[in-house]
Design a protein around this ligand. Structure first.
Ligand code: ZN
Length: 419
């Protein structure tokens, strides 16, 4: 045996004799207390969270999102699938070896469990640093200088009427399928470029809104429909992933919603509002329609709860094209309304509450307050208390069954989980 081989054997023996609790990878567990400390600081001080969101997060989020945007597929989706399979294979392999090696069982057990423990520590840190802190930042209304306050049902009606008439106008001349339903006349990647362009048109007015990334169509989009997920921001690859299997009408708005998360705005209601602003900021007719339709759905759903008579007046304003798009959208999500989707919604709701969105999924309704504030700022307070018409046009009944009627006009739960 050569001296070199003897040395190697000695080294191997020394390694196996070392305590399994001294694995080099254990230093990575320090990311867990770091995540807790960062989350604590952000939770205690919105000023710190805002400073982090404005000065630290963009330093790495922008270049990394630009880098991952070069990939023609969603890297996050691949990571999720490949990573899950690899971890499963590792655990099965490790368990088999653990059972076979009785002499070193303790060491093998520590080594086996160390991998998921280290992964969990890293994931926790990335989750906190890449979106958790952004949940705690200043409200977008504060950054944008918008005054959010309680509003009358009449003012809400005026907003609904304005959005509906605008949606009707923008719907004219849009491409349609054989059933007369809106068709996005662009491939998903082409639409993603448009989304990025629209979004960055907001930057001069709102400097904190800027993205170097772009939306990514999810390859297994239909699977996400079963989970009731229309989009998902991946904080590990800084990708704004979008379910492109859903009906076309709201896909542009969803793309801009996910870009809002990428740019550091994690609250769902704010991301919805920013999506509306972004869609309207560009000069793409499909995006303008999608964003307006998106806002109209949220506003009229809020009006439905606030004043049923005014809601019927607003509902009567909708054009046939808009009605067909809404009906197709609702029919689509009803097809995927499975027990799996319900569980997914509950998980998402719990996630939102854990991140300081107290109302969970219901917090999406606050988007309407931002729409009202933006309208007041745009028109001036004196013009905002617009009354509905004194002699309303005959209202079309919502649907046949009262309370259930609202569902026919609801947006799909904009439930994104974050991986
Ligand atoms: Zn979202």
């Amino acid at each position: 045996m050569s001296a070199q081989r003897k040395k190697k054997k000695k080294k191997t023996r020394a390694k196996s004799g070392r305590s399994p609790f001294l694995l080099k990878r254990f230093w990575l567990l320090l990311f867990l207390p770091a995540a807790v400390a960062l989350d604590f600081a952000a939770k205690r001080s919105p000023d710190f969270a805002e400073w982090y969101a404005v000065h630290i997060y963009p330093l790495y989020a922008k270049p990394l999102s630009a880098l991952f945007a070069l990939a023609p597929v969603s890297v996050g989706e691949i990571l999720l699938i490949a990573g899950s399979l690899a971890l499963l294979a590792f655990l099965v392999y490790g368990t088999v070896r653990l059972c076979a090696d009785r002499q070193r069982r303790r060491e093998r057990l520590v080594r086996l469990l160390s991998v998921p423990a280290v992964l969990a520590s890293l994931i926790a840190f990335l989750c906190v640093s890449n979106y958790g802190t952004n949940h705690r930042r200043w409200p977008f209304a504060q950054t944008a200088g918008l005054e959010v306050r309680e509003s009358s049902a009449e003012e809400l009606y005026a907003l609904c009427a304005e959005l509906t008439e605008e949606a009707n106008r923008l719907r004219e001349g849009q491409p349609e399928d054989a059933d007369g339903v809106f068709l996005l006349n662009a491939e998903p990647f082409e639409a993603a470029e448009t989304a990025k362009r629209c979004f960055n048109r907001l930057t001069p007015q709102y400097p904190t809104l800027e993205t170097w990334g772009k939306p990514k169509p999810i390859f297994f989009s239909e699977v996400f429909s079963y989970l009731d997920i229309s989009g998902i921001f991946c904080p590990f690859t800084f990708e704004a992933n979008v379910n492109v299997h859903a009906e076309d009408a709201l896909i542009p708005a969803t793309m801009c919603h996910e870009l809002s998360h990428l740019s550091g705005y994690m609250r769902e209601d704010e991301a919805n509002f920013i999506a509306y602003l972004a869609c309207r900021a560009g000069n793409d007719a499909a995006f303008q329609y999608s964003g307006t339709l998106f806002a109209m759905i949220h506003a009229t759903n809020a009006l439905y709860d606030a004043d049923r008579t005014l809601w019927e007046k607003a509902d009567a304003l909708r054009s046939e094209g808009v009605r067909r798009d809404l009906a197709a959208n609702n029919a689509y999500w009803e097809r995927y309304d499975t027990p799996v989707a319900e569980v997914s919604d509950r998980v998402n709701d719990a996630y939102l509450k854990a991140n300081g969105q107290e109302h969970g999924v219901r917090s999406y309704g606050r988007m309407v307050d931002l729409l009202l504030a933006e309208r007041r700022a745009r028109l001036g307070d004196s013009r905002t208390e617009t009354k509905p018409p004194a002699e309303p046009e005959p209202a079309e009944p919502p649907t046949s069954d009262g309370e259930g009627a609202q569902d026919d006009y609801n947006a799909p739960d904009d439930g994104e989980m974050y991986i």
